[in-house]
Design a protein around this ligand. Structure first.
Ligand SMILES: *Cc1c(COP(=O)(O)O)cnc(C)c1O
Length: 242
């Protein structure tokens, strides 16, 4: 056996252990919140990790993976094209409008839509590629008006939602949020939950709440998260970027 393949076995065991720990945390959090087991979907955040890790995740039965950079994601999705359609690729990072067409070619779900021009560009890209893309509106959970991290203000969600819902090639499916750190995750996820429930009343089918990362998934599940986005707790420490 080459050194390479035994390293591959070790890595697969490492990822399997991380997955199992995170699944246990999710199950416990569901029980603690009186929610049915299996009511929270796991999305594994693979940004900065190699395509070989994504393949291991696929082989371990994971079907949802998330990336935050167009170029990196496109390359990985191409490398894993043979697995299609088993893997669903989520975009969770900021998207520049001039990248929207490229994102529309590989992303099955874009969770970070926070303004109409971006949604319009994704719509055009989806139509051109003859695809349908699921959309979550990223909601700013920063208290006050502190901007910068992206996200539509809670008060502006209904208007943006109505406009996004009217665009061809897109299917509005819910909301996404990141709890400010440092900050109170329960307050942030409570806000996201109320925004999501309100959205669902005006956009039937837009019932997803994507919330919670490695450090705060229990708080998110307490507040109705239907999806959690977990990277580090499964794949290990990311190399510092930028
Ligand atoms: C990186 C990232 C995650 C995952 O964070 P971890 O702490 O590694 O679990 C989740 N959501 C978004 C938007 C991210 O950028």
């Amino acid at each position: 056996m080459s050194g390479d393949s035994s390293a591959g076995v070790d890595r697969a065991a490492e990822i399997a252990a991380g997955l199992s720990e995170v699944r246990t945390r999710i199950d416990r959090a569901c029980a603690a919140a009186d929610r049915p087991a299996g009511s929270v979907q796991l999305i594994v955040v693979t940004k900065t990790f190699p395509a070989s890790d994504v393949r291991i995740l696929h082989d371990l039965g994971c079907s949802e993976v998330a990336e935050n950079k167009d170029q990196e994601a496109r390359a990985k999705a191409a490398e894993l094209a043979d697995t299609a359609p088993a893997l669903r690729w989520h975009m969770i990072g900021q998207v520049q409008r001039n990248k929207a067409r490229s994102v529309a070619a590989w992303a099955d779900v874009v969770e970070s839509v926070d303004r109409l021009p971006l949604a319009e560009a994704l719509s055009a890209g989806a139509v051109a590629a003859n695809r349908s893309i699921e959309i979550l509106l990223q909601v700013s959970l920063d208290p006050g008006e502190a901007a910068g991290r992206g996200g539509v203000r809670p008060a502006d969600v209904p208007d943006l939602a109505a406009r996004v819902a009217a665009l061809p090639g897109l299917a509005l499916r819910g909301v996404m949020g990141v709890a400010p750190f440092p900050g109170d995750p329960d307050a942030a996820f409570g806000l996201l939950e109320s925004v999501g429930r309100r959205l669902e009343t005006v956009a039937p089918g837009a019932d997803r709440i994507s919330a919670g990362m490695s450090g705060d998934l229990e708080h998110a599940i307490r507040h109705g998260a239907t999806h959690v986005r977990i990277g580090g707790a499964i794949l290990g420490k990311r190399a510092a970027v930028g």
